[in-house]
Design a protein around this ligand. Sequence first.
Ligand SMILES: *Cc1c(COP(=O)(O)O)cnc(C)c1O
Length: 345
Amino acid sequence: MATGTLTIDLDAIRGNWRALAGMARAETAAVVKADAYGLGLGQVAPALAAEGARSFFVAVAEEGAELRQILGPGPAIHVFSGHMAGDTRLIAENGLVPMINSIDQMIRHVEALPGHPFGLQLDSGMNRLGMEPGEWSAVREIALTQAPVLAMSHLACADEPDHDMNARQLAAFAEMTAGLEIPRCLANTGGVLLGPDYHFEMTRPGIGLYGGLPYVDARPVVALDLPVIQCRNLAAGETVGYGCDFTADRPMRLATVSAGYADGVIRAMGPRTDLFAGETRCPMRGRISMDLIVADISALEEDPDSLELLGRHQSIDTLADNAGTIGYEILTALGDRYVRRYRGG
Ligand SMILES: *Cc1c(COP(=O)(O)O)cnc(C)c1O
């Protein structure tokens, strides 16, 4: 078998949720969009529900329908994209709560599903989703007669605690929701870490559950081991891989492992990224190809059966730094070809 093994620690996800929940006096929901950040909705969501999560957030109604099948009746499932044309049946049949983003969505919702629960998504400055202050004040009275169940907004810079945008969005959200007698929800992971002013009645962490920054104290959740397909000796002067990018300056021993950019190992991370055999670093040599990576195993006494890309020595955020991106993108890019093993749950 030549596929890598991705190990996902469900107990660590539960522990991270518990710890983030412990930081706020509010209800703690869980964001499980994009297949629980690529880690498997069918395993992650039940683990979070077992730990006590009662409210979930997804990006689109289709994800909400899948989540309802997994969790059964009971937990609240909120949809960030709101009520789109064509969503009505999915929302109704699966008891989803669309987070209404615009006057058009509000009209669509109350016409198609009068009396069906919905939430309000307000734009406090990110300019991505949600009703702007002017729009909101125009529909506020009418919207409130329809009994929304939650008001939310999203922080643009929560992972930068010193950014003045945080306080400005907090003030805008507080102003827009003043006098509302429904739960309010502003904080993602970074917002939870900003402190109690940001927690309101509900928080909704995502990345922190999955072991990523900005939650520095998160328990790591993923490990990735890649099987070695072949080992060889290289003489000084020989080159490795496409474009002959790497030239050996001395004799060395190389291992070729099974994974590449088609599995989410972004090409740009190659020059700065190592594989690990136990404690020993084995630097990548030459370019990352679609399905293969070559690493320098000269420091090892014996040829290894597999090398570790993610684990105790290297986190999703290290890989993200090496590739010039964020841990979120590393997680959601983890490929379908890996065998997935779940621990705990
Ligand atoms: C993805 C997302 C979250 C979760 O954010 P994290 O930074 O992963 O904690 C919360 N709210 C909205 C609107 C989102 O899109």
